[in-house]
Design a protein around this ligand. Structure first.
Ligand code: 4NP
Length: 147
């Protein structure tokens, strides 16, 4: 199973979703491959935002080794599930997809809600972490059944 988490900058939300999912997958010995990317390229090569690193660390997860990458068309073929953090990310992903098979792999991480962008709001990092962690646990249970 290969899962890609996608947000705008790949320095706040998707690195948290990537790190939490990887942590849970490793805990359960699932051997799934987890990665993340941003629809924008401004932060390519950079580590996650220091506030994302800090909130993950407070919860026992080290995401400091991640480096931002920009979403590329080939990602749409090399992952089984591609999760968009918000509707703008979802639109950008769907615009990049050109086959029904690619579109079928793309969806909102939270189904009918968005993960709020914490970049300009320090206070949001903790609640973003909480919603990401809860949803990662749900996705693992759902995806284990569809394997
Ligand atoms: P992210 O947050 O999409 O969760 O990584 C953002 C990071 C950077 C910017 C916007 C959102 N930015 O405009 O640089």
């Amino acid at each position: 199973m290969k899962i890609l988490m996608v947000c705008l900058g790949n320095i706040c939300r998707s690195p948290l979703a990537h790190g939490v999912m990887q942590h849970l997958v490793e805990q359960q010995g699932l051997g799934w491959h987890i990665d993340s990317a941003g629809t924008g390229g401004w932060h390519v090569g950079a580590p996650p935002d220091h506030r994302a690193i800090a909130v993950a660390r407070r919860h026992g997860i080290d995401i400091s080794g991640q480096r931002a990458q920009q979403l590329q068309p080939h990602h749409l073929n090399s992952f089984d599930h591609i999760f968009a953090m918000d509707r703008s990310n979802l639109r950008n992903l769907l615009a990049m997809a050109d086959t029904p098979a690619q579109r079928a792999r793309i969806r909102l991480f939270l189904d009918d809600r968005e993960v709020p962008d914490p970049y300009y709001e320090d206070d949001l990092f903790e609640s973003v972490f909480q919603m990401v962690e809860a949803r990662c646990q749900e996705w693992i249970e759902l995806l284990k059944r569809t394997k």
